[in-house]
Ligand binder design. Structure first.
Ligand SMILES: Cc1cc2nc3c(=O)[nH]c(=O)nc-3n(C[C@H](O)[C@H](O)[C@H](O)COP(=O)(O)OP(=O)(O)OC[C@H]3O[C@@H](n4cnc5c(N)ncnc54)[C@H](O)[C@@H]3O)c2cc1C
Ligand SMILES: NC(=O)c1ccc[n+]([C@@H]2O[C@H](COP(=O)([O-])OP(=O)(O)OC[C@H]3O[C@@H](n4cnc5c(N)ncnc54)[C@H](OP(=O)(O)O)[C@@H]3O)[C@@H](O)[C@H]2O)c1
Length: 473
């Protein structure tokens, strides 16, 4: 006779999703809505006390149009059929053995949280920063320092993706123009003191090879008192560029925007400038005798297009005196205990979301989705497609999953409590959300010259405070 606890045809399927970013939430939503003749019971874990991953700790604070996505994700988690358990770290608070004990399947949706490495001399000098770290700071990440050294007048940002634009825009904007957003007080104070005058963004390829998107590029021109500066010698197009401009509307739009800016006189005498450089490959970040150990400049090799859209070095080198360098050359996924890891790509090795072992065979009951599945590229919406594929395979495998020995939903809660883990819940997030909105509504700025400010929210940064408010302690 079959045991109802372990017979998967007789009881709800128990699934744990690790990571409550968009990929994890979409996976949970797709699984709950999938056509099926059995029940599912899903727990969605995150190391942060709050849900939404990079939407909370990556998306720039001056991007309000993301709100529609947050509202949609909120609705999913507010239905009550997915249990959120925040402030639980996979690897520290719970192991894979624990998860296997309580769940029939585990989906890793842990994203990519750190900077991709840049291998040039001087990258470790004081004043050389990872873009991801800076993003975490301005987005009020609970685990990064509250202080950020904004003491540079001239800054270089390496990379031609949307993160480079975010970093450059936040660095060049006047702090008062960010005050309507949810930026925490320490971020406003830090940016307010910044003496920055020139932010230089460097792409190693040409204007037709940028990884920005049109809206994000155009947004640069909306910053008050910031001029955009472009250089005619950087506007080179090879056959592959022409083909790309002809066949790809997005490239065409961006090249048009850039060439229009180049043609128009952009110098309005603004107090800050945002320079866009192309065909510059970073060679070295250096200090000088006056400030040993601290960034004093950056050297690039000029590049030229090789006909295929790629570039080769020209042997010509140029130096830019800057006091800070931000690397925005992509994010990178982190290795997780007890799961395979592809060191080159920073992902969990998988086939369509089924995690595979070193021999390439699927590991029963273990799945992955989102950026940790396919690498740190793509918009929030793209993680829906990942989730659909992964959940499709999970449902196909259902009756062959290694059944949990303790599938009761209470069992994991008992374990967390026994281990003293101060987990947060969806109800807790709603309390924190309401608290942050109250802080926004109650906000009074000391400078009457700024007029009446409407702030929808002010973020709580401190992890302890987040937990305390969420748990009503
Ligand atoms: C700076 C930046 C700005 C962006 N802005 C936009 C934008 O404006 N619009 C847009 O469409 N896209 C934007 N994107 C892209 C978008 O953020 C990603 O496509 C999306 O967040 C990827 O989703 P994910 O769920 O795979 O990863 P994430 O959003 O990173 O979520 C992963 C989650 O897993 C959790 N986790 C990780 N490790 C553990 C662990 N050990 N235990 C428990 N939990 C863990 C993390 O805490 C996190 O909450 C931006 C990306 C970046 C980097
Ligand atoms: N507002 C938004 O919608 C938004 C905001 C932020 C991020 N995102 C999304 O999040 C994803 C990640 O963005 P991202 O900007 O981190 O990555 P990305 O789009 O992959 O861009 C990385 C950039 O870094 C450059 N680069 C890589 N290695 C380099 C090196 N060694 N030296 C010099 N340059 C180097 C790349 O140049 P090559 O092309 O030559 O490799 C590219 O220009 C993207 O899909 C992005 O669209 C969206």
């Amino acid at each position: 006779m079959s045991n109802p606890a372990t017979d998967l045809s007789q009881r709800p399927l128990r699934v744990a999703i690790i990571g409550a970013g968009p990929a994890g939430v979409y996976a949970a939503d797709i699984l709950t809505k999938a056509e099926r003749d059995f029940e599912v019971s899903i727990d969605l874990f995150d190391q942060y006390p709050a849900p939404y991953g990079l939407i909370r700790y990556g998306v720039a604070p001056d991007h309000p149009r993301i709100k529609g996505i947050v509202t949609a994700l909120h609705k999913v988690l507010d239905r009550g059929d997915i249990r959120f358990l925040g402030n639980v770290n996979y690897g520290r608070d719970l192991t894979l053995t624990d998860f296997r004990h309580f769940y029939d399947a585990v989906i890793f949706a842990t994203g990519a949280l750190k900077d991709a490495p840049l291998d040039v001399p001087g990258v470790d000098l004081d004043g050389s920063y990872g873009g991801a770290d800076f993003v975490s700071w301005y987005d009020g990440h609970p685990d990064v320092s509250r202080e950020w050294p904004l003491d540079a007048k001239e800054v270089a940002v390496i990379g031609n993706g949307n993160v480079a634009l975010d970093v450059a825009r936040i660095l060049s904007k006047h702090a008062d123009d960010l005050l309507t957003t949810e930026i925490p007080a320490n971020v406003y104070e830090g940016l307010k003191k910044s003496p920055v005058t020139d932010v230089h963004v460097f792409g190693r390829r040409g204007p037709a090879q940028v990884k920005f998107t049109p809206l994000e590029l155009r947004e640069l021109s909306h910053s008050r008192d910031v001029d955009i500066v472009l250089y005619p010698e950087d506007f080179e197009f090879d056959e592959a560029s022409d083909e790309q401009i002809r066949t790809n509307n997005q490239t065409k739009t961006m090249v048009n925007t850039l060439t229009n800016w180049l043609a128009e006189e952009q110098d309005t005498g603004a107090s800050r400038r945002l320079h866009l450089h192309f065909l510059h490959s970073p060679v070295e970040i250096y200090d000088d005798a006056a400030t040993p150990g601290k960034v004093a400049g950056i050297k690039f090799e000029r590049t030229e297009l090789d006909g295929t859209g790629n570039v080769r070095g020209t042997g010509e080198f140029v130096d830019y005196p800057v006091q800070a360098v931000y690397r925005a050359i992509g994010y990178f996924g982190s290795e997780l205990p007890e799961v395979g890891y592809d060191e080159r790509r920073g992902v969990i090795p998988n086939q369509g979301g089924r995690v595979i072992d070193e021999e390439g065979n699927p590991v029963p009951g273990i799945y992955t989705t989102g950026w940790i599945k396919r690498g740190p590229v793509g918009l929030i919406g793209h993680t829906k497609g990942d989730a659909l594929e992964t959940i499709g395979f999970l449902l196909e495998d259902r009756l062959n999953l290694p059944a949990a020995s303790e599938p009761s939903p209470d069992a994991i809660i008992n374990l967390l409590e026994d281990r003293g883990v101060r987990y947060t819940t969806w109800e807790g997030w709603k309390k924190l959300d309401a608290h942050e909105r109250e802080l926004g509504a109650a906000y009074v700025h000391g400078d009457p010259g700024l007029g009446e400010l409407v702030r929808e929210r002010v973020k709580v940064v401190d992890r302890e405070d987040m937990i305390r408010v969420s748990r009503g302690e």
